[in-house]
Design a protein. Structure first.
Ligand SMILES: [Zn+2]
Ligand SMILES: [Zn+2]
Length: 259
């Protein structure tokens, strides 16, 4: 399983993109930096996009992707829970802000919405996909992706603390986790459903108690203006837990070792 981080931040700029992960060139999770991170031809290789929740930084490139694919007669499957699909159809692909690519062309719509249900493993392309609720906005789901070689990744999506229930359902070799702000923003993080290095530390302790190991960890969704501080505080967590946490960046490539 090859993973490329197309976007590793919560804010877009000349050097940062919003969160999006690409697995083996064909499966994407979240559409933050999905089009700005891929060439036109690479976009046309996409088969599937999994969406974690409806916040703009995670769905924003769906219309741009659809426009590109429509010129090529291609379509893409977009998996989401019902309220997320509704938000995209109401606010983006609504025929006013942008065309209803989920209805056109009538014979083979460019966007093929598919339902994902929490806790129900689903075979998608070459993978087994499991959506697991996390603590963020309304229903937000993280995704566990397993391939047929036994390689497993879990992407938490945006999430605040309280992941013990979530940890019961996933045993990844690679954990891609929200690390939006440094420790002095803890109140903000708790209120808005995000993690600081200190909050992540507590969640990782629970994970290790439950599972007896810690996966390889990549942090994403950093606020670019606070990243230096986040990195310094993550280094303290690394020392205390005797594990590794890598701060993700745009175009970072990873391969998962078999567990
Ligand atoms: Zn969010
Ligand atoms: Zn976000």
């Amino acid at each position: 399983m090859n993973i490329r981080i197309l976007g590793a931040h919560n804010v877009e700029s000349k050097v940062t993109r919003c969160v999006s992960l690409l697995i083996d060139d064909t499966l994407a999770i979240d559409a933050g930096g999905l089009t700005s991170g891929l060439s036109i031809s690479a976009q046309r290789k996409l088969k599937t996009v999994l969406i974690t929740h409806q916040h703009y930084d995670h769905i924003r490139d769906i219309p741009a992707l659809a426009l590109n694919l429509s010129f090529n007669g291609k379509s893409v499957a977009v998996y989401a829970i019902p309220n997320v699909r509704k938000a995209i159809e109401t606010h983006l692909l609504n025929g006013t802000l942008y065309p209803k690519f989920q209805e056109s062309p009538a014979t083979k719509p460019t966007i093929n919405f598919k339902l994902i249900e929490p806790y129900k493993p689903q075979a998608i392309d070459f993978y087994k996909v499991l959506a697991i609720p996390v603590n963020h906005y309304d229903t937000t789901v993280g995704y566990q992706i397993s391939d047929n070689e036994g390689k497993v990744i879990f992407y938490t999506a945006d999430t605040g603390p309280g992941l013990l229930d979530c940890w019961q359902h996933t045993s990844p070799q690679l954990l891609v986790v929200d690390l939006t702000v440094p420790n002095r923003y803890e109140e903000f993080a708790r209120k808005t459903g995000h993690l600081t290095p200190a909050l992540l530390y507590e969640e990782l302790i629970k994970f290790r108690e439950l599972k007896g190991y810690l996966p390889k960890i990549i942090a994403v969704h950093m606020n670019p203006s606070l990243e230096k501080e986040i990195k310094e505080e993550a280094a303290i967590v690394v020392k205390t837990l005797n594990t590794s946490i890598t701060i993700g960046h745009e175009d970072m490539q990873l391969t998962i070792e078999r567990g």
